[in-house]
Design a protein around this ligand. Structure first.
Ligand code: NAD
Length: 460
């Protein structure tokens, strides 16, 4: 049984039967059998099913947001924001699936209008794909995969995170109501061992969103299969605040980037470098911002910081803060678990941080941020790149040229100027180094769901 616990109260919300190796095998067999007929349908039918799915998310947004908040502790305002952003994402895929998936004739050579030689690319679905997902933005991270996968004619075995299973099942139910056949999108319920059992099936691709540690384990498990593998993993995303900005405005932006969704975003700001000229003013303003955030019941309308989704992370954050303090950092606000039921950690700002501290090297994934002063843009770039990760990096400055010069030198899949913690359906979402392999979103994210067949057609 999978026990679903409300992280704000520690009360059991539901007990659900977990999939077993036998049921997972049966699901994989059913998906394999159903996929060709789904791929053979006119694309318009698949597009219309996904459009109906979009309508159902709009219709049921409030109830779905409440469920998400109950099972993973995301403040209700943030859960609503996630659902509110879904129609635009879905719209991107509906608008671009056609152009991205249509056959492409790249050469047509002939005489008198009669083609003698045609070279054509046809994009064929991968087949049966596993979508193993995280809990922090369960609608975003799962749909980045299953929307283009379904539109391209694949069948999807979808394992939601054990911390967002009710949301995963709600997604599956709505896809079925929208006309996606039951065996074409199949939820697989359970935790890590269930994911591992899923990987033992005959699959054509694996799309994973989660931590580097699990991603690496998955890469090792699927390596002998020689199938397509994409990994969207963690980050230690830096922002550099230059000396020409208003410290208070930059601090307000950083507070949102670091603390939104209790810092549990893959692209949350995890390290701040600030030019020494404004470091004191900036840090004081960031501390004031952190102290002003309302922590509490995530179902409350004005709550900004809810509990962490996972109890274990409380210890990770506690250790990072303790380690930093032991190495000379100043814990300017927060630093402890809240003395109340639920897995709450105070919004925390640590000044005088440096790279000897785990806080500046290892993913925190919580409402904790370290700040380090730097003397130059070169120092900032060197520190930004001094990491095993490469998801996003940002710069705050009034000078676009300066920002572009810095961003050209950062080794990350996404570069931000005067913004952070932002994802666009129109741009590829891709991590470097330990942050991942491959791209979702954008046209590349649609093409990730197909494989090319190259046609050489000569009239005999
Ligand atoms: P996780 O790695 O603990 O789990 C992710 C998924 O993998 C879950 O569904 C889990 O049940 C499953 N799993 C665990 N062990 C497995 C195994 N051996 N085989 C197969 N499946 C297994 O990660 P999480 O706690 O759900 O998510 C947080 C992490 O995800 C953070 O590191 C965050 O940065 C990252 N993340 C990255 C992105 C991105 O776009 N790059 C987006 C969201 C989250």
């Amino acid at each position: 049984m999978l026990t679903i616990v409300n992280p704000a109260t520690e009360a059991v919300l539901r007990e659900l039967p977990e999939d077993t190796p036998d049921s997972i095998r049966a699901k994989a067999t059913a998906a394999r059998a159903a996929q060709p007929a789904w791929a053979a349908r006119p694309r318009g039918e698949r597009l219309r099913a996904i459009a109906r799915f979009r309508d159902s998310l709009i219709r049921d947004a409030e109830a779905l947001a409440r469920t998400l908040t109950a099972e993973m502790g995301k403040p209700i305002a943030h859960a609503r924001n996630e659902l509110r952003a879904m129609p635009e994402r879905i719209g991107f895929f509906l608008d671009h699936a056609g152009p991205a998936l249509d056959d492409e004739v790249v050469l047509r050579r002939g005489e008198g209008g009669v083609p003698e030689l045609e070279e054509r690319i046809r994009w064929e679905p991968l087949g049966v794909v596993a979508n193993i997902s995280a809990w922090n933005y369960p609608y975003f991270v799962a749909s980045n995969v299953f929307l283009p996968a379904l539109l391209a004619g694949n069948a999807v075995l979808y394992k939601p995170s054990e911390h967002a299973t009710l949301t995963g099942l709600a997604i599956a139910e709505r896809l079925r109501e929208a006309g996606v056949p039951e065996d074409v999108f199949i939820p697989v319920v359970g935790a890590g061992s269930t994911g591992a059992a899923l990987l033992e099936q005959r699959l054509d691709a694996v799309f994973f969103t989660g931590s580097y540690a699990t991603g690496r384990r998955i890469a090792e498990a699927v390596a002998p299969k020689l199938i397509h593998l994409q990994l969207e993993l963690g980050g230690k995303d830096p922002v550099y605040v230059c000396d020409d900005v208003d410290p208070a405005a930059a601090a307000a932006a950083m507070a949102e980037g670091a603390f939104y969704n209790a810092g549990q975003s893959c692209c949350a700001v995890e390290r701040i470098y600030v030019h020494r000229r404004i470091a004191d003013a900036f840090t004081a303003a960031l501390v004031a911002e952190a102290r002003g955030l309302k922590v509490g019941d995530p179902q409350g309308e004005d709550t900004y910081i809810g509990p962490l989704a996972r109890r274990e992370q409380l210890d990770v954050l506690g250790r990072q803060v303790e380690d930093a303090a032991g190495r000379g950092a100043e814990v300017r606000t927060g630093g402890r678990r809240l003395d109340r039921p639920g897995w709450f950690f105070e919004p925390t700002v640590v000044a005088r941080a440096d790279h000897s501290m785990a806080l500046m090297r290892e993913e925190s994934f919580g409402p904790v941020i370290g700040v380090q002063a730097v003397d130059s843009d070169d120092d900032a770039v060197a520190l930004m790149n001094d990491t095993e990760y490469g998801l996003t990096a940002g710069v705050y400055t009034h000078d676009r040229g300066r920002a572009e010069r810095i961003l050209a030198r950062v080794d990350a899949g996404t570069a931000y100027w005067n913004c952070c913690d932002r994802v666009s359906p129109r741009l590829p979402w891709t991590g470097r180094k330990h942050s991942g392999l491959g791209s979702t979103l954008g046209v590349l994210g649609i093409r990730a769901m197909v494989r090319p067949k190259a046609y050489h057609l000569r009239r005999g």
